[in-house]
Design a protein around this ligand. Structure first.
Ligand code: SF4
Length: 282
C-alpha cells in the first residue's frame, strides 16, 4: 500500500477510535452515525495533511505505522490571530481585555447560540488551574464556568485537595457553549485558542489539571489512542495532569478513585499533601 495512504488511514482509524472513546467517556450508550461521521471527517481533515507530510518524510518501513509521536496541542500548527492588549499593562488588565474580546467574538459558530461567553473564575495568581472543555447550560446562563452539578463536584474535589474554591483558576477550552453540550470540534478549539493560550500564559500556573479527553487533546497531552489520563504532560512549559471530567464522574462514580489518584499525583508535584478527610458530622 502507498505509505502516504497507509499513514492517512492510520490517522483516520486513530481519530475514529478516539472519537468513540470520548463519546463513551461522556456517557453515550450509542453514537449517532451522521453526527459521528461529520465529526470524524473534521478530525480526519485535521490529521490527514500532517500524516501525509510525515509519511513522505519517513522511510517506507516506518510510514505505515500508526502515529505514536508525542502529541501536540491541536492548534499548535494553525495560524491564530493574537488579541491586541492596547494599553493594558498588568496581568489582570490583560485578562480583562481577553474576556471583553471573547464576549463579542464571532470567530467560530459557537457564538451563534451562546447567551454569553464564559471566560473564567477564580484567582489569576493561582498555582493550580483546571481546564474543562466548554460551558454547559448553567454556565451559559450565569456566565461562570463550572457552576452546575459538575462544577459542584469539582468544588468538592478542590476542597479535598486542600484549596479554597476561589484559590484556584478555572476556565474552558472554548468560551461559548456548544449546542446540546456536544464536544467542541477541533476547529472550534483552534479558533478559541486565541483566548486560551494567552490566558494560560498570563496566569502561568505551576500545574494545569485537564478535565476530560477534549481538554487533554487541545492541550496536547493526550495521544490519539489508548490510555490518556493519569500521566503528566506539558503545555508551553506548564506541567499538565489529564484526568476525567467531573460530568463523567457524575455518571460513573466508580471512577472517582482513579481521579483522586491523579489529583494526589498533581498535589505531590506541587509539593503539597491533601488535608486529612473530614469526619462525618464535623
Ligand atoms: S468559542 Fe471562542 S472562538 Fe468561538 S465564538 Fe466563542 S469566544 Fe469566539
Amino acid at each position: 500500500m502507498d505509505p502516504a495512504l497507509a499513514a492517512e488511514l492510520a490517522s483516520i482509524v486513530a481519530a475514529a477510535r478516539a472519537h468513540v472513546e470520548r463519546e463513551i467517556e461522556r456517557g453515550a450508550h450509542s453514537v449517532p452515525l451522521a453526527s459521528s461521521l461529520e465529526r470524524l471527517a473534521a478530525v480526519a481533515r485535521e490529521a490527514a495533511p500532517q500524516a501525509t507530510a510525515r509519511a513522505s518524510a519517513a522511510p517506507a518501513s516506518r510510514a505505515a505505522a500508526p502515529a505514536h509521536a508525542a502529541p501536540a496541542p491541536v492548534h499548535s500548527s494553525a495560524s491564530i490571530p493574537s488579541i491586541d492588549f492596547g494599553d493594558a499593562q498588568t496581568k489582570r488588565d490583560k485578562l480583562n481585555v481577553l474576556a471583553e474580546s471573547a464576549a463579542t467574538c464571532t470567530a467560530c459558530v459557537l457564538h451563534e447560540k451562546r447567551t454569553q461567553a464564559v471566560f473564567a473564575r477564580g484567582n489569576p495568581d493561582a498555582e493550580l488551574v483546571f481546564v474543562g472543555e466548554g460551558p454547559g447550560a448553567e454556565e451559559d446562563r450565569l456566565g461562570e464556568p463550572f457552576v452546575g452539578p459538575a462544577g459542584q463536584l469539582l468544588d468538592r474535589m478542590i476542597a479535598a485537595m486542600g484549596y479554597a474554591r476561589d484559590e484556584v483558576y478555572i476556565c474552558n477550552i472554548v468560551k461559548c457553549r456548544p449546542p446540546d453540550n456536544r464536544t467542541p470540534r477541533p476547529e472550534e478549539g483552534i479558533a478559541c485558542s486565541r483566548y486560551l493560550t494567552p490566558q494560560l500564559e498570563l496566569v502561568q500556573p505551576k500545574l494545569i489539571v485537564a478535565l476530560g479527553r477534549c481538554a487533554a487533546e487541545n492541550l496536547g497531552v493526550a495521544r490519539a489512542e489508548g490510555a490518556w489520563r493519569g500521566r503528566f504532560g506539558a503545555y508551553r512549559g506548564i506541567t499538565v495532569m489529564p484526568t476525567y471530567h467531573p460530568a463523567y464522574l457524575l455518571r460513573s462514580p466508580e471512577q472517582k478513585r482513579v481521579v483522586w489518584d491523579d489529583l494526589k499525583l498533581a498535589l505531590e508535584r506541587l509539593g503539597r499533601t491533601p488535608p486529612p478527610p473530614r469526619k462525618a458530622g464535623a
